[in-house]
Design a protein around this ligand. Structure first.
Ligand SMILES: Nc1nc2c(ncn2[C@@H]2O[C@H](COP(=O)(O)OP(=O)(O)OP(=O)(O)O)[C@@H](O)[C@H]2O)c(=O)[nH]1
Length: 366
């Protein structure tokens, strides 16, 4: 069960959530309650972080953002949890069937061996006319054994049919599981997949510390991107065109990023790229290439050639410091992104771990 808080604790979270919802003029429906409940209870770090990002500088969460947060951080978790359970059940069933099929095959071989022995005995007995009665009995035994063999054969083919069915089921579950990790609009990884990849990447990097003597030291790098003035695009040309812009930008990021880079849509118009092992310069170069490719592109709005829209995207780039938590890593990338927005947008900002102070000047590139 997802919510296991005691009554007193739930009431405490609710008391904390309600004033926030009022201040945010949040709509009063279960999706909105769930988002704010999870935010105040700090049970869901990714959601907590996303709400902070959306509401910085006193901004309010709108309906679309609330639904998107629910979809990315709460709803999809339930789906993939179900899928994980189904996968476990499927695997268990398949294991049982594998064992049964192996036993049945063994039983079949046993029976065939028994049948062969009987054949030999019958030939010997038929060679002796005085043993006619015993031979009749043995013939009967032989035909009985053939029946057994037929039955076991049927069982084997039944089991092999079931194995095919289970395999098909397994593939369906695998497919459902993958779907739960994919952002339906853009086809990129979703927030959940990104969070999983980030924690795996951090765990791996803890086991493989970087060589401090290497010239351009490599470590996990994070590139956060956020489309500029996206609200204006939605407001001017409609939500449908906004979605088209999201798909086009996602496609550009996917094309520019190499295969080993996790490319995710982690919020409404926010993207994240995780480079498992890279120098900060390489990560900055990648962000810069993405920024300029998006800025040069034109997205068609209608049938007329002049109905084209250009969009820009701001980036924040950082590299993991040794022993750093995922939260601090993400926060620094977010602050770098925020600096890009603050400095005029359509730019890449790199923030290193030793320039942790938000006030400290950061390296900017337009
Ligand atoms: N079309 C579309 N819009 C979305 C989606 N998810 C969030 N949005 C919208 O994205 C907009 C984000 O706006 P803001 O957070 O104000 O940011 P912005 O206008 O891009 O401004 P800056 O980031 O400061 O440049 C909001 O209007 C959301 O409704 C989505 O899936 N599709």
């Amino acid at each position: 069960m997802r919510y296991t808080d005691s009554l007193a604790r739930s009431a405490e979270h609710l008391r904390a959530a309600l004033p926030l919802m009022t201040r945010q003029r949040a709509a009063l429906h279960p999706v909105s309650y769930a988002v704010w409940y999870e935010f105040v209870s700090a049970r869901n770090l990714a959601l907590h972080q996303a709400v902070l990002t959306h509401t910085r500088d006193g901004a309010t969460l709108d309906e679309a953002q609330t639904w998107a947060l629910y979809q990315d951080h709460i709803g999809s978790q339930l789906t993939s949890l179900d899928a994980a359970t189904a996968q476990k059940v499927g695997d268990g069933l398949a294991r049982v069937l594998d064992t049964m099929a192996a036993s049945a095959a063994e039983a079949g071989q046993e029976t065939a061996r028994f049948d062969n022995s009987l054949n030999t005995w019958v030939e010997q007995l038929l060679g002796d006319p005085n043993q006619q009665t015993q031979a009749d009995v043995l013939q009967e035994l032989l035909s009985g054994s053939r029946e057994i063999r037929g039955a076991v054969g049927a069982l084997q083919s039944q089991l092999s049919q079931s194995q095919h069915e289970i395999e098909a089921l397994r593939q369906e579950v695998r497919h459902a599981r993958n779907e739960a990790l994919v952002d339906a609009l853009t086809g990129l990884s979703n927030r959940r997949a990104f969070d999983q990849a980030l924690s795996t990447c951090l765990a791996n990097s803890a086991h493989k510390p970087d060589d401090p003597k290497a010239a351009a030291s490599t470590a996990p790098c994070l590139v956060l991107g956020d489309i500029d003035f996206f609200k204006r695009i939605n407001d001017s040309f409609g939500h449908g065109f906004g979605d088209q812009v999201l798909r086009a930008v996602a496609q550009t990021l996917k094309t520019v990023a190499a295969n080993d880079i996790i490319t995710a849509r982690i919020g409404g118009e926010e993207f994240a790229l995780l480079l498992p092992r890279s120098s900060l310069d390489q990560a900055e170069g990648l962000a810069e290439k993405m920024r300029s490719t998006v800025a040069k592109g034109r997205i068609r709005r209608g049938e007329q050639a002049q109905e084209q829209q250009n969009v820009t995207i701001s980036f924040g780039v950082t590299q993991l410091a040794p022993g750093e938590s995922a939260n601090d890593f993400l926060n620094r990338a977010d602050r770098a992104l925020y600096a890009s927005k603050h400095q005029g947008r359509n730019r890449v900002t790199v923030l290193t771990s030793d320039s942790n102070d938000a006030q400290e000047p950061v390296k900017l590139r337009a």
